[in-house]
Design a protein around this ligand. Structure first.
Ligand SMILES: *[C@@H]1O[C@H](CO)[C@@H](O)[C@H](O)[C@H]1NC(C)=O
Ligand SMILES: *[C@@H]1O[C@H](CO)[C@@H](O)[C@H](O)[C@H]1NC(C)=O
Ligand SMILES: *[C@@H]1O[C@H](CO)[C@@H](O)[C@H](O)[C@H]1NC(C)=O
Ligand SMILES: *[C@@H]1O[C@H](CO)[C@@H](O)[C@H](O)[C@H]1NC(C)=O
Length: 405
């Protein structure tokens, strides 16, 4: 995981350095150097409203986008479907494993001959259905992320009642959908109908096709960080806890955070978002937060915050911070389906029974904590207004990570 953090930082450094030495921001060049296996499909609106000249820009955008990823049978595999009246499979995941070949194939769509294929309708649902076939037919043993990038300029007007169900079916198979709307006719809610959540991450609207091209960098970053998002921990459970285990974990975390400090410094120099992927950021507290809906015991939760995100379990220092954390995504679908209602935070009195401390920042616990003093770890109890309660450290609950910056 350290390696992963380092490579992400280097990636962002590359962005900053290239960006600062070039004159126009459009000359920035974000690349995604991840080793992961990503299946990425483009779904392009080929309705006449897009216009052929604009279509050529979309083709350029797609080529530029693809060029930033490592293409190959063991890396990023690509598929492309376009749609208007009906949907047409242009190429599937197993057809090209060479980047230049795939770029050439995409380039052919800018040929005049293609102009005749532009249709009059926007059959988005048909496009999603054909994309789903691509994913079903060409599965790899281990795929780190599956994603679809939809580019459209209008609202679905053909078989439109199937749009949401077809998008949901893809999402249910673990496919993330990024929806890009171009131009004045597009409504954000049409994009939200198909996109994955959180929408701030997966929905893009651009004024025109030039603007689309100008924003390639952001979109590449979203696609690239998507993999981290998907690697959020799976449910795991672990009952035992002993103080020795806690001490060992503290030590491991300390050395990890030392590395992380270096990384954060690099991050700052690169002027990138100090928050790990899928965290919410609060500039007042200078912290990033994330509720992770995986059920684990308290030490494991603290360890996971560290190894996954360079963070710690959250320290709830003030009523304002408590209020802010309460207002995070505790009722997410994921949490509900995992049956998670309680969330570990860093409060504990393992080191000195009777004196609760926030392990995350070393401060003493000032807010009211209820519960039995025989228990040593603090959580936010979703069955009781997310108040702070002490319970047995070995119980399995979700957890809230916090990273200061
Ligand atoms: C929409 O596209 C799908 C997939 O190509 C096709 O099966 C369906 O018939 C199309 N719908 C209409 C109304 O043409
Ligand atoms: C992928 O799965 C097939 C069939 O189960 C198996 O033969 C093959 O060894 C697997 N490949 C890898 C790289 O795990
Ligand atoms: C908590 O209480 C201690 C002792 O009264 C105080 O020094 C500290 O500033 C308080 N912490 C916060 C975050 O208010
Ligand atoms: C709580 O969340 C909602 C919706 O995300 C937001 O509008 C509101 O400002 C938040 N309140 C606080 C106190 O953070």
């Amino acid at each position: 995981m350290k390696v992963l953090l380092v490579s992400v930082v280097l990636l962002y450094c590359a962005i900053a350095v290239v960006g600062s030495t070039s004159e126009a921001s459009s000359a920035n060049h974000v690349t995604c150097d991840r080793e992961d296996k990503i299946d990425m499909a483009f779904l392009l609106d080929a309705s006449k409203s897009v216009g052929f000249m604009n279509y050529k820009k979309v083709v350029g955008f797609v080529q530029d986008f693809i060029s930033r990823f490592g293409v190959g049978a063991e890396r990023v595999r690509l598929g492309l479907v376009y749609f208007s009246v009906k949907a047409t499979r242009y190429f599937a995941f197993d057809e090209y494993s060479d980047k230049q070949a795939v770029l050439d194939k995409v380039g052919e769509m800018a040929d005049r001959a293609f102009k005749n294929q532009l249709g009059t309708r926007t059959n988005t649902s048909g496009g999603l259905a054909v994309i789903h076939e691509l994913f079903n037919e060409n599965q790899r043993n281990e795929t780190d992320a599956k994603m679809v990038i939809v580019i459209t300029d209008g609202k679905p007007n053909s078989d439109k009642e199937a749009t949401i169900p077809n998008a949901d079916a893809l999402k249910a198979d673990g496919v993330k959908i990024m929806a890009i709307g171009v131009g004045d006719d597009i409504r954000r809610d049409n994009l939200e109908d198909i996109a994955s959540e959180p929408y701030e991450r997966y929905v893009f609207t651009t004024e025109d096709f030039e603007d689309l091209i100008a924003r390639t960098e952001d979109m590449v970053q979203t696609a690239c960080r998507n993999v981290e998002y998907l690697s959020c921990p799976e449910q795991e459970s672990n009952d035992r806890i002993v103080d020795a285990q806690h001490a060992a974990i503290e030590k491991a975390i300390a050395s990890l955070l030392e590395t992380n400090e270096v990384l954060t410094e690099l991050d700052e120099r690169c002027n990138v978002d100090p928050c790990p992927s899928c965290f919410t950021r609060n500039d007042e507290f200078r912290s990033c937060y994330k509720a992770v809906p995986a059920a684990v015991d308290w030490p494991e939760a603290d360890r996971l915050c560290a190894v996954l995100y360079g963070a710690r379990l959250a320290s709830v220092n003030t009523a304002e911070e408590h209020h802010y954390i309460k207002n995070q995504t505790f009722s997410s679908e994921e949490a509900t389906s995992a049956g998670i209602t309680k969330w570990w935070v860093s409060g504990n009195d393992l080191a000195n029974h009777g004196t609760l401390m926030w392990a995350g920042d070393g401060h003493s616990v000032n807010l009211t904590v209820t519960g039995d003093h025989a228990h040593h770890c603090v959580l936010m109890d979703g069955t009781n207004h997310l108040n702070l309660v002490r319970v047995a450290c070995g119980a399995s609950h979700g957890f809230v990570c916090e990273k200061n910056y």
